[in-house]
Ligand binder design. Structure first.
Ligand SMILES: [Zn+2]
Ligand SMILES: [Zn+2]
Length: 357
């Protein structure tokens, strides 16, 4: 069938709406009509670096919509179901999935290399994170469409599909923040603000938010940070204020220096978690003698999530008024204004611009 997508043809390029061809869903796939898709920093990363996609490509990986058609072998979903798209296939069969670490599923791909159901002028389109949801309709394996209860607006539900799960899970699952702990969150965009909310809901007693942009520090304080600091002297001050370092730190920027800051801001035995997506060639250097203090430094992907279990839990927290998603949604724009939305996200003042389709 014909559908409309925002296509990017080259690194640093602009996106353009084009009519594209979407094949029928395969036996284990579903077709989802996308209602809303957030613009995430990883989309900007893909535009700038060109490292994580093959052009021409369709970006967009933070989406919610409605199931429109089912492959013949799909059960557990029905036409009309409201879903949030997940970018881990959670195949259930590979060794990480069998261990219960579905966020590490071997089927997870940033780039599909142009293979798949979407073509344009006879060429295969890459779909970023195997979703490519800056498109009116997407085909995904049924396991990547997570049904959600309730009536929450798609413009908020979509945020759970990337930023919220990634940040909230980094705090509650990867860093496993416990009540009474002190937590540092570096970088207060959509992911960092979700990490702050995860830490707050987990019962952290003190939450330090670090960001150079005043608007983001203000948002952090609103969502549960107890202290908001500008970047340069933050780490030294946190070490002083916590008498030796925080229990946990979560880096949501993707730069070696802030990763080092996270490691330096934790106490002996503390946990530093890196969430930010670095450029592929970046290197991180840490004096190994520091490891004698039993500090740990670990990565986190997708907030160590099992989306099928965790998305509905986040929806429940939202419906109970505990998880604030409205504060993350800065603005909505129609898909046709995707370039304007990208420019606004680059300025860094807005938490999330969400495209409506
Ligand atoms: Zn993302
Ligand atoms: Zn798997």
């Amino acid at each position: 069938m014909k559908t409309q997508a925002a296509i990017i043809e080259e690194k640093d390029g602009r996106l353009r709406l084009e009519e594209v061809e979407l094949a029928d869903p395969g036996p284990e796939d579903v077709r989802v009509r996308v209602e809303a898709c957030g613009i995430c920093r990883s989309d900007l990363h893909a535009i700038d670096g060109g490292e994580s996609v093959r052009f021409p490509a369709v970006l967009g990986h933070e989406a919610a919509g409605v199931v429109e058609a089912l492959g013949r072998d799909v059960d557990g979903l029905a036409e009309g179901d409201r879903v949030i798209l997940s970018w881990t296939p959670a195949c259930g069969a590979c060794p990480p999935c069998r261990r219960g670490e579905v966020q590490l599923c071997r089927g997870l791909r940033m780039s599909t290399g142009g293979d798949g159901p979407l073509t344009w002028q006879g060429r295969g389109l890459d779909r970023f994170m195997a979703l490519g949801a800056f498109c009116e309709r997407v085909n995904v394996p049924a396991g990547m469409a997570i049904p959600i209860p309730g009536a929450m607006p798609a413009t908020l539900a979509c945020l759970i599909g990337c930023a919220v799960m990634t940040g909230f899970g980094a705090a509650t699952k990867t860093a496993a923040v416990r009540w009474g702990e002190s937590v540092v969150v570096i970088g207060c965009g959509g992911v960092g603000l979700s990490a702050i909310q995860g830490a707050r809901i987990a019962g952290a007693a003190r939450i330090f938010a670090i960001d150079p942009i005043p608007e983001r520090r203000a948002a952090a304080l609103e969502l549960g940070a107890t202290d908001a600091l500008d970047a340069p002297e933050a780490v030294g001050r946190i070490i002083e204020m916590t008498d030796g370092g925080a229990d946990a730190a979560i880096e949501c920027v993707g730069v070696s220096q802030t990763m080092l800051d996270a490691f330096n801001a934790i106490r002996p035995g503390g946990r530093a978690v890196v969430v930010g997506l670095a450029a592929f060639a970046d290197r991180l250097s840490i004096p190994p003698i520091m490891l004698l203090t039993e500090k740990s430094l670990t990565g986190s992907i997708y907030g160590s999530a099992n989306p099928a279990e965790d998305f509905p839990k986040l929806v429940a927290l939202y419906e109970q008024g505990k998880l604030d998603l409205d504060a993350l949604l800065s603005k909505t724009r129609p898909l046709a204004e995707v370039n304007e939305g990208i420019a606004e996200m680059r300025e860094g003042k807005l938490t999330r611009v969400v495209l409506t389709l």
